[in-house]
Design a protein around this ligand. Structure first.
Ligand code: MG
Length: 276
């Protein structure tokens, strides 16, 4: 009897440990879409519309070698340390980064807060490589969810979308809650994906938006958005809207409670181009 109790206790503790290691997805993450959300302005679809067609799936070309940053890029992660970043908890408290650095990549330490650059950026070109680790579970928004948050709020979704199905405007490469990628060019768990992003920051005069943000996204060498207008800050189940902010804001990587990996992150500031 005593042995049985001990075994049961050990099993419970092991289950708790494993639950700690692999936090369960947020409630509702496994939904494949919604029918009760508002219409997206200018589109025929609702936010996270369950009926919105998923983009066609295509195989990317052969994996490219991890890109060497160009000479004028700011290397945000060089495979070694998080000196360019802080973790910011919900509520805004900043702390030393808790995300793990190992084998040349960063891995999200779930629920320690988003990883935020110390530097701020406006118009920029960003390169980032990301991987959903083998064995990642959960469904829909629960499997491998993170995101590249331009100016901390305009999200290019990171998700396991090779096998895993979710609403079209929330899969990998989407402008979250707004625009699905034109094709699904995702690689499976355990393989590196790349994003090359060109971002034009929005402009405000006082509280008023005078120019929206635009984004071009290349996923695994394939264009999935071309100077697409961003409708506002990423938000779940609601229509995105703009709220005035600084001309430059930090870039962040989202903590959605899942252990996604990142490597080779660099950014270039883009100046207005006059042909010179
Ligand atoms: Mg996300």
């Amino acid at each position: 009897m005593r042995i049985f109790l001990f075994a049961a206790l050990a099993a419970t503790l092991a289950a708790q440990q494993s639950a700690k290691k692999r936090p369960s997805p947020e409630a509702g993450d496994d939904k494949r879409g919604y029918t009760d959300t508002p219409q997206i302005p200018g589109q025929t679809w609702k936010v996270h519309d369950a009926a919105r067609p998923r983009p066609p799936k295509i195989a990317p070309g052969l994996p490219l070698p991890s890109a060497q940053p160009p000479a004028d890029a700011i290397q945000l992660f060089n495979g070694k340390d998080l000196s360019q970043w802080v973790n910011v908890m919900r509520g805004g408290t900043a702390q030393e980064p808790k995300w793990r650095v190992e084998n040349g990549y960063i891995e999200i330490a779930p629920r320690t807060g988003r990883l935020v650059t110390k530097e701020k950026f406006g118009n920029c070109q960003v390169h980032v490589e990301w991987m959903v680790p083998v064995g990642s579970d959960g469904a829909g928004q629960g499997r491998g969810n993170s995101g590249i948050e331009l100016m901390g709020r305009y999200e290019i979704q990171v998700l396991e979308s090779f096998e895993n199905v979710t609403y079209a405007d929330g899969q990998a490469g989407s402008i979250y809650g707004q625009w699905p990628p034109r094709v699904n060019v995702s690689r499976p768990q355990g393989e590196w994906n790349s994003y090359d992003i060109v971002f034009e920051a929005p402009r405000f005069e006082a509280e008023k938006l005078t120019k929206p943000a635009y984004v071009t996204v290349v996923h695994n060498g394939v264009m999935v958005h071309h100077r697409q207008e961003i409708l506002g800050a990423a938000i779940h189940r609601r229509v995105a809207t703009y709220k005035a902010h600084e001309p430059e804001e930090p870039l962040s990587l989202q903590d959605h409670g899942r252990p996604v990996r990142f490597r080779n992150i660099w950014i270039r500031r883009l100046k207005p181009y006059d042909g010179q």
